[in-house]
Design a protein. Structure first.
Length: 310
């Protein structure tokens, strides 16, 4: 029976509950867009823009590029989780994501992803330039319509997935007015090769989880000794000379070259250590080294580029 005392209490509790639900839904949408990965991508966009703009660097065009690309990145992550909601439900590390856990509906995610992709590409076309908009759309399409479904079919999905993963600095380059020239190719190549030891180590670490979900992230269905580790070593070896391309193209100087060599050797040693003794510890060390390598390399490249312009 409702009493006179309960009415004021309900009047307070109801808004609190609504606020709690709103916060939960916002948190779920944030999880859909995976902000940490999006921020890393936007950092590489800013690096590409800085290198492409040179002494013509301006803040407002960069902000326009970041806004549009952020929308496309959010869309890519959301549509990826929409497509993979069944496989995500079969893996421990992803089972609690908003879609497999049932906190958001697939229709909500699909609509959100499509709207974000459309708005992001239109914004880039209107406020930046058509080339950047087209490349952003291609990034989203390759990630969602090629890489994501191929994960069920072949380990070569990693190679396809590395293409959209390497395009953000190119988007920054073209947003600054650059064309698809040798400078853009150098940035693409560094990011492209960097990803392989990183994602192969992740694939090895979560191999059983991926297998249960029916995803092919490694060259062999079982963990064949040293196969993944040797692949990591091979990619890290190739990355070393490729990482020197920016200095060869006068995009950076000797400080960058020295830093690239030091970081590259460190990345390679972690890959060799993983190849010699494949374990959870060495796989995590390789992943951590990759996360240290990239921001330090890009930061040095940008700093040295502006140093050369003085």
């Amino acid at each position: 029976m409702r009493t006179a005392e309960s009415a004021p209490e309900n009047a307070i509790v109801a808004p609190v509950r609504r606020a709690s639900v709103t916060r939960t839904r916002l948190a779920d949408y944030l999880e859909l867009i995976r902000p940490r990965i999006a921020v890393l991508a936007l950092v590489t966009v800013a690096v590409g823009y800085s290198l492409g703009a040179g002494d013509g660097w301006r803040l407002v065009p960069l902000l326009h590029a970041l806004c549009g690309i952020a929308l496309v990145a959010a869309a890519s992550s959301t549509l990826n989780q929409f497509i993979e909601r069944d496989t995500d439900a079969g893996m421990q590390r992803t089972a609690n994501r908003p879609l497999p856990a049932g906190r958001l509906s697939p229709v909500e995610a699909l609509c959100f992803g499509l709207v974000a992709a459309t708005l992001g590409c239109l914004y880039l076309a209107l406020m930046v330039n058509a080339l950047t908009a087209v490349l952003a759309l291609a990034t989203c399409l390759i990630y969602t319509l090629a890489y994501t479904p191929l994960k069920r079919l072949t380990f070569l999905c990693t190679t396809i997935g590395a293409i959209p993963g390497a395009l953000p600095p190119v988007l920054g380059w073209t947003a600054a007015g650059g064309q698809l020239d040798s400078g853009a190719l150098a940035l693409f190549a560094v990011l492209f090769l960097w990803q392989f030891p990183h994602f192969l180590a992740i694939g090895w670490l979560y191999h059983d989880d991926y297998q249960r979900a029916g995803l092919r992230m490694l060259p062999t269905k079982k963990r064949v000794r040293r196969v993944t580790g040797l692949l990591c070593v091979g990619y890290a070896l190739v990355l070393l000379p490729v990482s020197l391309l920016p200095s060869r193209l006068a995009m950076a100087g000797d400080t960058y070259s020295l830093t690239a060599i030091i970081l590259g050797v460190g990345y390679l040693l972690c890959a060799v250590r993983f190849a010699i003794r494949e374990s959870e510890q060495t796989a995590r060390e390789l992943i951590y080294s990759s996360l240290l390598y990239l921001p330090l390399l890009l930061l040095t490249m940008t700093w040295d580029h502006f140093h050369l312009l003085r």
